[in-house]
Design a protein around this ligand. Structure first.
Ligand code: GUN
Ligand code: ZN
Length: 442
């Protein structure tokens, strides 16, 4: 992996917050490190060299240039564990349910990505929008087109981002313009893996859209790719909506359930991301747990499409916990903001009688998602050696937030107000590998 030299080293000052572990496992007190007067030293290669309290800053770094964000909170950049690049402008398309929404709006919009010029402009807008919302890494579905996927990877490389992405594969139940063919789709994916996986900070994810739009031949080809490239990710959708599950039952009559379809073709595992997982039986949960597979919770999408209420405690059941992450699922999702996404996850949890504390929520959007993507050695925390992919949040960014802070009594409370009331307006700055891509010098 080559590393960019982003220029000179510097010290970033502010209230720093980084997670060390999941509050659900170690308790809230042990889960994070928060410094009211925090400091980070960023090296010339864009990695964090040192982090801690300002008073303990070693003398060696005392003369470096400083960026002082005052009372704003400096966190690892948000990570979006599931987002669709070719849906970047089609938020709020009012489908009746998932399958209706795909047929009426989504496939037509994704067909436009056959045009390279369209894809190029879209990639710039898409990645700039992630940065504007404080998102510095993501697991991304591209369109079915290999060329649009190249364009997306190039644009992410230009920004120095750690992006996981893949060409969507779908060889049935979709219009011809967005359909591929099993063998060709595997060859295209293989070529993209060769070109991009491990280039700079980029990784590849084999991306069958879902069982409904792939033939058994295509899922088998995905299984062969997974076996041949064990360090590549896999991403798809699972058990999102009742109508979809019914279709999968019809198409795969031999399968006990939805999860067994992917299992049969060797697609479960610790590098596999399954979006949604709302309607899962106990058997499916046990199998996802055994294989170390990840469920990606996409609350704004689930509410918008009426897909169902995700049960965070069922997925995390202590007897067979499934690895969990959170995501926007743009454009089924209705906000690019991980803050808004966490706020919606809180509300969805309440609707099923569950709770999601703010510390756990922020853990999920940072270190939790880094672990889900297998990138915790590179991103997701403020520990030395990680890239300085940072988001700076202003808890008083809007008049409503500012008045709310008059009542905030703890870090957890400030975070809670940010996730319920915040969005891109609360993002004062975003940096990738130490380079500020949003915001002015403080
Ligand atoms: N299932 C298959 N494709 C999609 C998609 O584009 N969005 C969502 N939310 N679910 C899907
Ligand atoms: Zn999706």
């Amino acid at each position: 992996m080559t590393e960019r030299d982003t220029g000179s080293a510097k010290v970033v000052l502010g209230r720093t917050l980084g997670f060390l572990d999941d509050p659900a496992d170690v308790g809230e007190a042990e889960s994070h490190r928060f410094e009211e007067q925090g400091a980070l030293v960023v090296g010339p290669d864009g990695r964090i060299v040192w982090s801690g309290g300002r008073a303990d800053l070693p003398d060696d770094f005392a003369r470096l240039p400083r960026e002082d964000y005052g009372a704003a909170i400096v966190l690892p950049g948000f990570i979006d564990a599931h987002v669709h690049f070719p849906q970047h402008r089609m938020l709020a398309a009012p489908g009746v349910d998932l399958l209706d929404w795909l047929k009426r709006f989504t496939f037509q919009e994704e067909a436009r990505y056959a045009d390279r010029t369209h894809a190029e402009a879209a990639a710039e807008a898409f990645l700039d929008t992630l940065i504007a919302h404080g998102t510095t890494s993501a697991a991304v579905f591209s369109s079915v087109h290999a060329e649009a996927t190249d364009v997306l990877f190039s644009a992410a490389r230009d920004r120095g981002m750690a992006l996981v992405a893949g060409k969507t594969m779908m060889d049935r139940n979709a219009p011809e313009e967005v359909r591929d063919e099993a063998e060709q789709s595997a060859r295209d994916s293989e070529a993209l893996i060769d070109r991009w996986h491990g280039t700079d900070r980029l990784r590849y994810a084999i991306t069958p859209r879902f069982a409904f739009t792939s033939t058994e031949a295509q899922l088998a080809a995905c299984g062969a790719l997974v076996a041949a490239h064990p360090d590549v990710m896999l991403q798809t959708h699972l058990a999102e909506s009742p109508g979809e599950i019914e279709e999968v039952r019809r198409l795969y009559p031999w399968s006990k359930d939805y999860t067994e379809v992917y299992d049969r073709f060797g697609l479960l595992g610790s590098r596999s991301l399954f979006a949604h997982g709302i309607h899962l039986s106990e058997r499916e949960c046990a199998r996802l747990h055994e294989t170390g597979s990840v469920i990606v919770h996409c609350p704004t999408s689930n509410s918008f499409l009426g897909s169902g209420l995700f049960d965070i405690d069922h997925v995390g059941d202590r007897r067979r916990p499934i690895r969990l992450s959170v995501a926007t699922d743009i454009g089924g999702g209705t906000s690019y903001s991980l803050l808004a996404t966490l706020g919606e996850a809180y509300k969805v949890a309440r609707l099923s009688g569950r709770r999601l504390g703010s510390l756990r929520a922020f853990y999920l959007a940072t270190l939790g998602n880094a672990r889900a993507l297998g990138l915790e050695a590179e991103i997701g925390s403020l520990e030395p050696g990680r890239f300085a992919d940072l988001v700076v949040l202003d808890p008083c960014a809007t008049p409503v937030l500012a008045r709310r802070q008059e009542l905030s009594e703890s870090l957890a409370d400030v975070l809670f107000s940010l996730m319920l009331l915040g969005d891109d307006r609360a993002v004062r700055a975003t940096s990738v590998a130490g380079e500020r891509l949003k915001g002015k010098a403080p």
